[in-house]
Design a binder for this molecule. Structure first.
Ligand code: ATP
Ligand code: MG
Length: 405
């Protein structure tokens, strides 16, 4: 058993000091998975986390029952570790930990280092035992170590709302002591659920829709339709900025930029004004479906929420969707704007989304778009267009980019 690794950068007199850790202990989310799926989930999560931790240098990942453990060659600052861990889908939580022998004496010996530089008025000790042979129950560990913490600090025990929590996990060969914890996003590791293609506009909703699909384990590609030169370069930049923010969660994100103005002009020339938005959307779905197949995506995703705008009534959603050769998923369909906005803030896309922008659908937008539509009417209007040629034109004009965080 090695000597516990103590923080060297955590100085009690420096309020800016950041704790650093040699070890990270993580727990998986999605506890309902069983058997082969569970195994796949755990392997994939560990593989993805390890890839994200590459910039931290050499490290070794070991899987333990229900959790995993990472040992770094050198100590790592907690702020960087936690920033990385909190963006790995499938992760339930992670702790920066010390590793000692599985005995309470070892925990006692470690306490001065763990508590160094921390001031708190109340605390809790929470123990989990992955090893049932350990001679003390979780509650006993909490009481014994709690008493020792109280003696050293004078703080009171508060199991409900502690200012500081000491985490102890007892495994067969090691005991882990953690003082810093980060919540993961949960969900499923990327790639567990296949690939989807997300319609990314510059608004608040679609980045949230993308993130929600990522969190359900979908590798993601994005499509953005723009009306350059009638819309500004800034509106495309904004979407690329959003893609970059999503890439912080996803890793490098492929985005296809599709010039849509020439196609919109055809719609404007040949179809009734009130159906324009519906026809634009149906064209977008057809083009995106073709491109999605090229990159292995098997479903399309939009940020539609029922009733939010004219194109998102139940009848319009179904008329629009009828044109799609691939399933159309709408992860926000039952959410209201406050809920969506709260998620946008949490995932870091909100500030960009609220910057003013022009969307291609505002270009040549009719004054009174239809709020209810019948498929037969829409198909009749479409008969005036050469759909095959328009789709081919859109597909051929795509410009692919890969955006990194
Ligand atoms: P968002 O906030 O995501 O823009 P919204 O409430 O403004 O949504 P709409 O503009 O009607 O609603 O768009 C509905 C959905 O259609 C968007 O969430 C997005 O998925 C897709 N979409 C709209 N415009 C575009 C575009 N120019 N390129 C790609 N997808 C788009
Ligand atoms: Mg929009």
């Amino acid at each position: 058993m090695g000597v516990p690794c103590l923080s060297t950068t955590f100085s009690p007199n420096d309020p800016q000091a950041i704790p650093s850790y040699r070890y990270l202990l993580g727990h998986y989310g999605e506890l309902t998975l069983r058997g082969k799926n569970r195994h796949r989930f755990e392997s994939r999560l560990v593989e993805l986390l390890s890839a994200r931790l590459r910039p931290f240098g050499d490290h070794e990942v070991r899987r333990l029952p229900g959790r995993f453990f990472i040992e770094f060659a050198v100590e790592q600052p907690w702020n960087r570790l936690s920033e990385t861990a909190k963006k790995v889908f499938g992760l339930s939580n992670a702790y920066g930990v010390w590793r000692v022998a599985p005995s309470l004496d070892a925990v006692h010996a470690l306490l001065p280092s763990v508590l160094q530089g921390r001031t708190f008025g109340s605390f809790a000790v929470r123990c989990r035992r992955g090893e049932k042979q350990f001679p003390y129950s979780s509650q006993q560990v909490g009481e014994i170590i709690g008493r020792a913490v109280q003696e050293r600090t004078g703080a009171r025990v508060d199991l409900e709302h502690p200012e500081f929590t000491l985490w102890i996990e007892v495994m067969s060969r090691h005991l882990f002591v953690g003082a810093d914890r980060v919540e993961g996003p949960r969900g499923l590791p990327l790639g567990m659920s296949g690939t989807v293609a997300v319609f990314l506009s510059g608004g608040i909703d679609s980045p949230v829709a993308a993130w929600r699909m990522m969190r359900r384990g979908c590798e993601t590609v994005a499509f953005h339709f723009h009306s350059a030169p009638f819309t500004t370069a800034a509106s495309q930049e904004k979407v690329l900025d959003l893609a970059q923010r999503l890439a912080a969660w996803h890793g490098p994100l492929r985005i296809g930029l599709i010039p849509f103005a020439p196609l919109q002009q055809q719609v404007v020339l040949h179809a009734p004004a009130e159906l324009r938005i519906i026809l634009y959307r149906r064209l977008m779905l057809r083009i995106a479906a073709e491109l999605a197949r090229e990159v292995g995506a098997t479903a399309l995703v939009t940020g539609d929420a029922l009733g939010q705008v004219a194109s998102q009534t139940l009848s319009n959603l179904s008329t629009i969707e009828a044109a799609s050769p691939l399933p159309v998923l709408r992860p926000l369909v039952g959410m209201d704007k406050e809920e969506i906005t709260a998620t946008a803030r949490q995932i870091g896309t909100y500030e960009t989304s609220i910057e003013p922008h022009q969307d291609c659908c505002n270009f040549l937008e009719p004054r009174h778009p239809a709020t209810s539509s019948r498929l037969a009417t829409v198909e009749r209007a479409e008969a005036a267009l050469d759909l095959t040629a328009l789709v081919r034109q859109g597909v051929a004009a795509v410009e692919w980019r890969v955006v990194e965080a």
